[in-house]
Write a new protein. Structure first.
Lengths: 170, 394
């Protein structure tokens, strides 16, 4: 069962890797901060991995992703140039549930209410996105995915992966 | 065949010194000692899995390292943690108190440490070799019995399962081979004089020993690595389903073929900005056709199913990017790193430099979106297809 201690261990691991200099730019190695890990769930709701945001100020410079046994999947950077944070998203758009719920609201239909966001992925674990459940006044449920500023309706979890990118028009 | 404690201790010293030499460990590990072979941690099936070895500096505990005693891990060093002291006696005493308090009356005559859901630890109380209670380390919650029908190696919240029993035999075989290879490297005669009981960056600074830590290459403007800076650009996918179009755009851009992503999407049959779709499985040939057509057949493209590491390495050496298809997604690869001897389990032994068009942007903001993954652990990904593109020469 993930607990505060496990989260601190993951966070420490990320911070150590960052300071080691093998991952991330020198700017991030010197000034980046490993934030609290966020659990990544499979679309079916099982725990899959850990997302550790790396921030510089209020910007998200990149993130580590670890499997549950702490195997490092990789470090992904939003930086397009090593010495600049231009183009890096505001950290809140990837870490703050209220901000993410607000983004999901742009796709909500009249009367739909947004539930608690959870970090998941669309088709492949490297395609991280927040899932936000929407419920209509009649009780119908659907899920909207949010990745940065991009918002779209989630494919059904019983849809088999049959393409690179997404489903075919039906 | 599990390693002896002496072997484990030397192996721990070599691996920790190597990791420390790379600079990937906290500075406080400098001069830390490995005082013992540590605590044996068993699988739920009773097999010895690894040793949790305390790290001590100036007589004070500063952390611990997990070192495999079982070859199924594939690599010896499983984890290094600083800030949490490992004190086997104190933990056993605390667990015993918790067991007596919450589970009275309780009779047992031995206690051992078990990884009940790797890497999570519990203490198993035994009476004449038979379990009478298992408590999770720190929470002291009772670990429930194993359930049948679990998907092998599936992650769990609070479940008991055996790492060895659930690991497929084929995976075990390949990991054992990798582990033995590593042991063999550490057993080289040149390393025999090393005394790795103390962790210090001086350990490998010995005349006659040349340690090349890694082999790393990235794409450059030309194959002359020393003359040019890395030369490759990221493109975000302009809809949430256009990873293939974005990947094709990145590859063609490297060769200075500038096409807009909507134009490439049209060529690949991926719809429009307002009505987009992905590339169906089985239509991988469209990538080959598009690259060749839009380069006026200057590029010779090839689709390679189930690509292996050697392909990514060879193409990078040829200064050529690749498109990489994984289940449900497409990205490009523009470099690699691989440790030649020294990186332990928690670090990517072989990693790819991936220009990933995810997360998406939109057609109005083509310069946004995507991430550069440096490095993607090659062992944690499934590679379905790779697409190479080679310039034709006269």
């Amino acid at each position: 069962m993930p607990d505060d201690w496990e989260e601190s261990r993951i966070q420490e691991q990320a911070q150590n890797l960052l300071r080691g200099g093998m991952f991330g730019s020198s700017l991030v190695a010197a000034s980046g901060r490993a934030e609290t890990p966020i659990a990544v769930q499979t679309p079916e709701g099982r725990l899959h991995s850990w997302f550790v945001p790396i921030t510089v100020g209020n910007q998200l410079a990149g993130y580590f992703q670890f499997l549950l046994d702490l195997t490092l999947m990789g470090y992904s950077s939003f930086q397009r140039k090593d010495d600049s944070l231009d183009g890096c998203p505001v950290a809140e758009s990837w870490t703050d549930p209220n901000t993410i719920r607000g983004l999901a609201g742009t796709l909500a239909r009249p009367g739909e209410t947004a539930g608690k966001p959870y970090l998941t992925y669309d088709r492949a674990p490297s395609r991280l996105a927040w899932g936000v459940p929407l419920t209509s006044p009649a009780g119908t449920k659907r899920t909207v995915l949010v990745a940065g500023q991009a918002v779209w309706e989630s494919p059904s979890t019983d849809d088999e992966i049959d393409s690179y990118g997404g489903r075919q028009p039906r | 065949m599990p390693l002896t404690e002496t072997q484990v201790r030397r192996l721990a010293g070599l691996e920790l010194n190597a990791l420390h030499f790379t600079g990937a460990t906290p500075a406080l590990l400098e001069s830390a000692e490995i005082p013992s072979g540590g605590t044996q941690i068993f699988d739920t099936n009773g097999t010895l899995l690894f040793h949790r070895i305390p790290l001590v500096s100036g007589g004070t505990g500063i952390g611990y390292a997990d070192v495999a005693a079982n070859e199924v891990f594939g690599e010896p060093l499983l984890a290094v943690s600083t800030g949490t002291v490992w004190d086997e006696k104190a933990i056993t005493a605390e667990a015993t108190a918790a067991a007596r308090k919450g589970h009275s009356p309780l009779e047992f005559n031995s206690v051992r440490f078990v990884s009940y859901s790797f890497p999570k630890i519990a203490l198993q109380f035994l009476q004449n070799g038979r379990e009478v209670l298992m408590l999770e380390w720190r929470t002291w919650a009772e670990v429930p019995p194993a359930v049948s029908g679990r998907p092998p190696l599936a992650p769990s919240h609070f479940e008991r399962w055996s790492l060895i029993d659930e690991m497929p035999e084929e995976l075990q075989r390949s990991r054992i081979a990798g582990f033995q290879e590593r042991l063999s490297a550490w057993g080289a005669p040149a390393l025999a004089p090393l005394s790795p009981a103390v962790i210090t960056k001086q350990t490998f600074r010995v005349p006659g020993i040349v340690v090349k830590l890694s082999d790393t290459r990235e794409l450059h403007y030309s194959p002359l690595q020393q003359d040019h800076h890395p030369c490759y650009e990221l493109r975000g996918q302009q809809t949430n389903v256009w990873c293939v179009a974005a990947s094709t755009e990145m590859l063609l851009s490297f060769y200075r073929y500038q096409y807009s992503q909507p134009r490439l999407a049209q060529e690949l049959g991926l719809g429009t900005c307002t009505l987009p779709n992905g590339l169906p499985y089985g239509q991988e040939y469209k990538v080959v056709n598009t690259i060749e057509k839009l380069s006026s057949n200057t590029l010779n493209a090839t689709a390679i199913p189930n690509p292996n590491w050697a392909l990514f390495e060879a193409e990078t050496h040829g200064n050529r990017p690749l498109i990489s298809f994984i289940p449900g997604h497409s990205r490009t690869v523009a470099g690699y790193t691989q440790s030649l001897l020294l990186l332990p389990g928690q670090l990517p032994y072989k990693g790819l430099l991936v220009y990933d068009p995810w997360p998406p942007t939109d057609c109005a903001h083509p310069n946004l979106g995507g991430v550069i993954t440096k490095w993607e652990n090659f062992a944690t990904q499934t590679y379905r297809y790779a697409f190479t593109a080679v310039l034709k020469q006269v």
